[in-house]
Design a protein around this ligand. Structure first.
Ligand code: SME
Length: 159
């Protein structure tokens, strides 16, 4: 299995190679999906006002293209600014179902200048799939992307 530090090196290489943030985030969801087979759905949400708006993702289409920050596991992670690991999504009343196969989920906020700008959301078909190593990897990816996510918000506003 590719080591955490090797995946982070790949992310560091992708950042300057993709000046367009949407294409960078697409490359990263594909990288994480490929390198970690237990990540069945990998996506980004961007915080716009009080809503999380779905960005690039890989996996089955989801109905949750916009999530209020007081809803779902995604909303809970955005409003607290803390990573959430849910070992059994069906036992968590906050859970908004995306796919019937999903058993566990991790949501990692992306913060810039101390403020949540977006998040990485990953679902697994395996129960309790996310270890402290996954958390460490994804929090480091979130940190590497923080400045770009902030810029992306400005880019999408300009459109
Ligand atoms: N499960 C998330 C919703 C997003 S989908 O899984 C892609 C939640 O409870 O917030």
């Amino acid at each position: 299995m590719t080591k955490t530090c090797e995946i982070l090196d790949m992310v560091r290489t992708l950042i300057p190679d993709h000046p367009d943030t949407e294409s960078l985030l697409t490359a990263i969801v594909n990288l994480l999906r490929r390198e970690r087979p237990h990540y069945n759905w990998v996506g980004f949400y961007l915080l716009e006002g009080n809503e999380l708006v779905l960005g690039p993702y890989v996996g089955k289409p989801t109905v949750h293209t916009r999530i209020a920050i007081n809803q779902g596991i995604c909303g809970a992670a955005a409003s607290t600014g803390q990573t959430l690991v849910v070992d059994d999504v069906n036992a968590d009343p906050r859970y908004l179902a995306c796919s019937l196969e999903t058993r566990s989920e991790i949501v990692v906020p992306i913060k810039h200048n101390g403020q949540v700008r977006g998040e990485i959301d990953i679902d697994s078909d395996q129960p309790a799939a996310f270890t402290p190593t996954d958390r460490e990897l994804l929090e480091a990816v979130a940190e590497l992307l923080a400045a770009r996510i902030d810029g992306w918000k400005t880019e999408s506003r300009r459109r």
